[in-house]
Design a protein around this ligand. Structure first.
Ligand SMILES: [Zn+2]
Length: 226
């Protein structure tokens, strides 16, 4: 609370722990940068994120940089990215993670990056799509183009937390479509999101990408729940 108050007046604070940033640190302090719980999922093909999609979608990769824990520092970061008017945090996460993915040869597997879309009403309100900001950073480091408007969100959804998994899945399948003016035919797509929980949103997006003609798909997120 006090830290949040202080940070109002001193904007150069770490977005994960609220401490003041030292010279040369950007958005995150070195300690948090070092200690945030990484998954290393890009080094292990059959990781816990990939297992969420077994029997649901065939993917080239399923990776996320951090482990998501409710009320942890990663959750605080994602909250600030989404609601704290910090689009630059998404870009930073993307460019840093992109360097790691590039070392693991991800650039060779994909033609384009496509973010999970926001409904245009929500986009207008927030001013940016946090997943597309992450995609922008990835795009720089991986040297792949991002097609920000390749997918569209047709339905404005309220919070889905109270619905059963099946209802949510049925609901989510009608939500996404693809933009007929953007050709994905024959392309390999890296689909990006901020956080993976059940994988239902991504599964619906994967279906839309497949309908749009994408031949292979992988997913990358900033964080994933177990
Ligand atoms: Zn910190």
């Amino acid at each position: 609370m006090l830290n949040d108050f202080i940070s109002l007046f001193f904007p150069n604070y770490c977005l994960a722990c609220n401490r003041g940033l030292a010279k040369g640190e950007k958005l995150l302090c070195l300690k948090c940068e070092y200690n945030l719980p990484k998954t290393d999922s890009h080094l292990h093909h059959d990781n816990f994120i990939a297992s969420k999609f077994y029997g649901r979608a065939k993917l080239l990769h399923a990776v996320a940089r951090y482990k998501f824990n409710k009320s942890g520092k990663v959750q605080r970061l994602l909250h600030r990215l989404k609601y704290g008017d910090k689009p630059e945090l998404g870009t930073l996460m993307g460019s840093e993670y992109g360097k790691e993915l590039r070392e693991a040869n991800f650039s060779e597997h994909y033609d384009v990056i496509v973010p999970v879309p926001l409904h245009k009403k929500k986009l207008r309100r927030r001013g940016y799509n946090q997943s597309a900001m992450f995609g922008t950073g990835l795009s720089e480091s991986l040297e792949l183009p991002q097609y920000e408007n390749a997918l569209v969100r047709n339905i404005y959804t309220s919070t889905q937390t109270k619905k059963s998994r099946l209802d949510r899945l049925k609901n989510v399948k009608t939500i996404f479509g693809y933009n007929k003016e953007v050709s994905l035919s024959g392309l390999s797509v890296l689909l990006v999101d901020d956080v993976i929980t059940t994988g239902a949103t991504l599964e619906a997006c994967i279906e839309a990408l497949t309908e749009a003609g994408a031949t292979s798909i992988g997913v990358a997120a900033i964080a994933s729940a177990k």
